[in-house]
Design a binder for this molecule. Sequence first.
Ligand SMILES: CC(C)(COP(=O)(O)OP(=O)(O)OC[C@H]1O[C@@H](n2cnc3c(N)ncnc32)[C@H](O)[C@@H]1OP(=O)(O)O)[C@@H](O)C(=O)NCCC(=O)NCCS
Length: 373
Amino acid sequence: MDEQKKTAGLRGFSAGETAICTVGNQAAGLRYYGYDIGCLAQYASFEEVSYLLLYGELPTTAQLNGYISRLKQGRGLPETLRLALEQIPATSHPMDVMRTACSLLGTLEPELDFAQQQQIAVRLLAIFPSIMCYWYCFSQTGKRIDCASQDDTIACHILHMLAGKPPNAMQQKAMDVSLILYAEHEFNASTFTARICASTLSDFYSSVCGAIGSLRGLLHGGANEASLQLFACCDTPEQAVARVMEKLQQQEKIMGFGHAVYKNADPRSAQIKHWAKLLSEQAANGHYFVMAEAIEQWMQQHKNLFANLDFYSALNYHFLGIPACLFTPLFVCSRITGWSAHIMEQRQHNVLIRPAADYIGIAQREFIPITQR
Ligand SMILES: CC(C)(COP(=O)(O)OP(=O)(O)OC[C@H]1O[C@@H](n2cnc3c(N)ncnc32)[C@H](O)[C@@H]1OP(=O)(O)O)[C@@H](O)C(=O)NCCC(=O)NCCS
């Protein structure tokens, strides 16, 4: 392997220290502040997990109750933001809406002092679902939904706003688990973007806007939306596998497969698959699950590639009745917790992140004045 290939994408290089999360390259597997992701997904709520990420410890009952009330209070949209959301074209990508709204909120409720950082993190966690659902419902139907619901959980709040009625227990848990699994993942591209921005001592909102921009890409958060397209126009597992083979023949990547860090399996995949399967038993397009398993099996056998979190998350969201264009914004609603944790950690031991580059261009050239070129 030549030097260029070795450093491509900084794969395998450590770019700093963190006490927040371990991923697959550590013997521990995926843990948030030392807690195994499987246990968190099974026994904790997203509110507990987000508290853990923002404050470094799991909450007591009293702390959790106080935190939930603050989250509920933070759901409301300032009037200027609400009116601005109504002006954004219905054809916009919802990730652009999230980025724009975050930026605007930064002018309405600016971070004047880093001492406000936790408060801003809680506000963004509380308000992102409102931004996403308000804009989506208004742009699709002209309806102005009420975002200040009294639902106790973020999962319920999101599903309630989108469907106009509260979800059942299974739907709520499936959404909750998905938010837990998406919450944090060490130095992934969007989190690293946030840390780079924070390392310049920029404000919280700028760091989050940068992270949203990185998450939008197909190779990162955009994969969950893109992977649902595999199922469109297919009715059988055979057709779905044929579609995958066709894409591979055209040198296309299969969205929802492979990972930059994990090499054998994504520990989050089995968790979300479990909920996608349960939901599929009651869903209109339940047969998508069988097609997904056929694709997963074929990719493993023929390409030695495994399904990552995005593959079954796409189905999970689809079975919950969520439009595909909101899959990646939902990722924002969850990952704001990890981004916030990393921005705060970066600030705590800050050193400007400024790597060097290996120059591969022309060594030296003589300047020719414009009139002689
Ligand atoms: C995530 C991703 C960018 C990681 O890429 P990476 O670090 O280069 O992955 P690897 O080095 O393990 O790739 C090994 C080989 O498998 C191929 N590969 C990896 N993921 C693939 C996919 N989803 N579809 C087809 N081929 C894939 C690579 O092209 C590479 O082939 P090569 O050796 O012939 O060049 C890549 O897997 C990908 O694009 N996946 C689809 C997007 C996605 O699901 N993103 C969400 C990640 S959570």
